[in-house]
Design a protein around this ligand. Structure first.
Ligand SMILES: [Fe+2]
Ligand SMILES: [Fe+2]
Length: 239
């Protein structure tokens, strides 16, 4: 396996590692590094991927300069290597929603995490990230997304997850492949809140969607979120 790096927005880097056997056509695990005065890594990758991911980070910023470690929710691909990164970066803090800190991260993190309120912004110096709680969407009580305000980039975590080792950025439809992956994995917590939560993200009118699994996009972002919300509403209605 190798980790490839692509700048998907101004000083926003996608660090992508494809695991060939995880899905038909492979399955990407994408970390995102925001290079700012206070660099932020969104997702750490699993613990066993730390050598690959940390090497990719270090090609852009020295590891010890990492200031923030963030992720969508508590699962090994999102945050398995957080303590390895905390050890490598003495000034780094995990930043997550207050609920996720209370339920899991106060205990799991080797240093106390920074607790964020819904809508709270961290000024990274050159980038501004807004924390948005999305409980149970796409899964896990402590789920959240991040919105980077200067580039309009929504860090979607597992939303729009799709298989394959596609390009870093695509102009193609991402909703169809996401629904196909949903049929394969059943990874989303199908509940009445999902449609309204995703529609709330569409109201941000993001200019880019950064996906943890699959290709990111800079086209039809708002429309794709609304389509995804509609599709999940239809799934919910069938329950
Ligand atoms: Fe997940
Ligand atoms: Fe994930």
């Amino acid at each position: 396996m190798k980790t490839s790096t692509h700048e998907i927005g101004n000083r926003i880097y996608r660090l992508s590692t494809c695991v060939p056997d995880a899905a038909p056509g492979g399955f990407t695990f994408n970390q995102f590094l925001m290079d700012a005065d206070e660099p932020l890594l969104f997702h750490t990758g699993p613990r066993r991927m730390f050598p690959l991911v940390s090497e990719a980070v270090a090609r852009i910023v020295p590891l010890e300069r990492l200031r923030w470690i963030a992720f969508g929710h508590v699962e090994s691909d999102e945050c398995g290597a957080m303590n390895e990164f905390l050890a490598a970066a003495p000034r780094a803090e995990v930043a997550h929603g207050a609920l996720g800190c209370m339920v899991s991260l106060d205990d799991l993190c080797d240093r106390p995490p920074r607790k964020l309120a819904d809508g709270e912004v961290i000024d990274l110096g050159g980038k501004r990230v807004r924390h948005i709680d999305t409980p149970h969407v796409p899964h896990n009580w402590e789920a959240r997304v991040l919105f980077e305000e200067t580039t309009g980039t929504l860090f979607c975590g597992d939303l729009f997850t799709h298989a394959g080792d596609g390009p870093a950025i695509t102009d193609s439809d991402i909703v169809g492949p996401a629904l196909a992956a949903e049929e394969l994995f059943h990874a989303t917590s199908i509940s009445p809140v999902i449609g309204q939560t995703i529609r709330r993200l569409a109201e941000l009118e993001p200019r880019a969607l950064a996906l943890m699994h699959g290709s990111s996009t800079r086209t039809r972002c708002r429309e794709s979120l609304i389509q995804l919300a509609d599709a999940y509403d239809q799934l919910t209605a069938r329950l």
